[in-house]
Every structure is written in C-alpha cells, then in structure tokens.
Design a protein around this ligand. Structure first.
Ligand SMILES: C[S@@+](CC[C@H](N)C(=O)[O-])C[C@H]1O[C@@H](n2cnc3c(N)ncnc32)[C@H](O)[C@@H]1O
Length: 245
C-alpha cells in the first residue's frame, strides 16, 4: 500500500497545535467512555497523535498505531514534546492481530481514516480486524466529516488562512469516492513553497457504515450527527459511528 502521508505528515499539523482538538470532541469521548467503563483504548489510525494526547489527558490507557511511519514519527515527536510516552506501532488496521496480542475496551479510527480503503472486502476486513481486538462489550468508534450535507458544499474550501501559510482543499466526487486535493502554500521569508497531496476517500455514509458493521457481526450501532450526540440526519455536518460488541 502506498503511503500518501509520507511527506504530508511533516506539515500535517499546520492545521493547528494538537491541543486545539480539545473541544467538544473531548466531552463526547469522555462521556461515552465513562458510560461504558472504558479504560484501555487503541487509536488504530493515530496520525500525528492529537486524539492520543487528548485521551491521555483524560486518564485513559492508550496505544497508537498507524500505517504511515511518517505520521508515527510526527506523533512520537508531538507526544515526547508534551512529556508523553504512549506506545506507538506501525500497523495496517486490516491486520491488527499481526501487531497486537491484547484486546482493548475501545478502538477508535477517527477523522476519515477508514475511508482510505476503497473496496468493500478491505473495509470489511478492517472492521473485523478491529472487532477481533475488542474486549466483550467493547466499543468501536469512527468519525468522518463526509456527510450527505457536506457533499453538497462548494468544492473549494480555505481551511487554514494565516499570514505565512494557507491550506486549501479542492474537492471532487462521484458516487463512490471523494478526492481532496490538499494545496499547501507557504509564503514567508524562510519558506516559499507549494505542495499538493491528493487523498482519495471512499464515500461512506450512515447506511454504508450500518451495512458493513452488521456484516462484521455488530448489532448495537448508533450514528450521531455531532458531538452533542444528536442523531445523524441528511443535514448533519459530521458522521460519528459508535458500535458496541
Ligand atoms: C486523515 S488522517 C487522520 C489521522 C488522525 N486520526 C486524525 O484524526 O487526525 C488518516 C490517517 O489514517 C491512516 N491510515 C490510512 N489507511 C490506513 C490503514 N490501512 N491502516 C492504518 N492506518 C491507516 C493514515 O496513515 C493517516 O494517518
């Protein structure tokens, strides 16, 4: 599998400092995990480590894994800088059993990570691999910014607009996949440079997640439209899936 984050990983956090993720996501996860007595969590697409850091600050015991060794390098640096030493390992989430011989109370796969797989058989393999590493009664959580509503938004979005740096998303989609062309423009006296990263996501909406999770053997599935736990609808701006074993 090609690592599309190989170079992007080192500039990924131009989105903002990882602490800035401590918003309404934090209360959502803490409320959910406390309700079900979750103590141990694997973030199996941990990226640069923002959710690992957020959840460690809340007192959970964490493990992180990701396919991209560059994302893991950035995560390691981010966590070390904050005095944190969560174990990190390189692993494709379709094969979690190859890296982990323990089970977890919860597994999270956040911010459009699962949709990097495009074929039904790969998606199912990943969900089954996650299910196999859950303790009885364990939780599997996916989050995504792709919804019925966001697919209707204009195709150009300025995501970061600073004096020295701009990040622009140019989006296109068909019925099956959405491509986000990430355009990074550095315009300061030290760095005058532009980079483009093209990320192709499988479009997975509420019914697609339900179908895959039922096929993988989950029966208790909730789909929310925001971190306030409002239920998903066609006007939601987020899609948050919680499946319980
Ligand atoms: C959009 S980033 C999200 C990262 C992080 N979860 C976040 O919230 O910022 C997608 C992440 O999924 C990882 N990823 C994609 N396919 C993967 C796979 N098959 N196994 C493990 N990680 C994968 C990428 O390397 C990347 O770090």
């Amino acid at each position: 599998m090609n690592d599309i984050y190989d170079r992007f990983a080192f500039d990924y956090d131009e989105f903002g400092r990882i602490e800035n993720y401590l918003g309404d996501e934090k209360d959502f996860f803490d409320g959910l995990f406390r309700k079900y007595g979750v103590k141990t969590i694997l973030d199996c697409a941990c990226g640069t480590g923002q959710h690992l850091y957020m959840l460690s600050q809340l007192g959970y015991q964490l493990w992180g894994s990701d396919y991209s060794s560059s994302m893991l390098k950035t995560a390691k640096k981010n966590l070390q800088e904050r005095g944190n030493s969560i174990p990190l390992s390189q692993c494709d989430f379709r094969y979690l059993e190859s890296e982990f011989n323990i089970n977890f109370d919860a597994i999270v796969c956040l911010t459009n990570s699962l949709p990097h797989l495009h074929k039904d058989e790969d998606l199912l393999m990943a969900i089954k691999s996650m299910k196999n590493r859950l303790n009885p009664g364990g939780l599997l959580v996916f989050t995504s910014g792709t919804t019925h509503y966001t697919l209707t938004l204009p195709s150009i979005e300025v995501v970061v607009n600073r004096e020295d740096f701009s990040r622009i998303f140019v989006k296109e989609h068909d019925n099956h996949c959405q491509t986000i062309h990430v355009l990074d423009l550095f315009h300061n006296s030290h760095r005058l440079e532009h980079n483009q990263y093209d990320i192709v996501y499988r479009i997975l909406l509420d019914d697609d997640y339900r179908k895959l999770l039922i096929e993988a053997g989950f029966t208790d599935i909730q789909i929310y439209g925001d971190y306030d736990m409002s239920l998903y609808s066609k006007s939601s701006r987020r899609l948050i899936v919680v499946a319980k074993l």
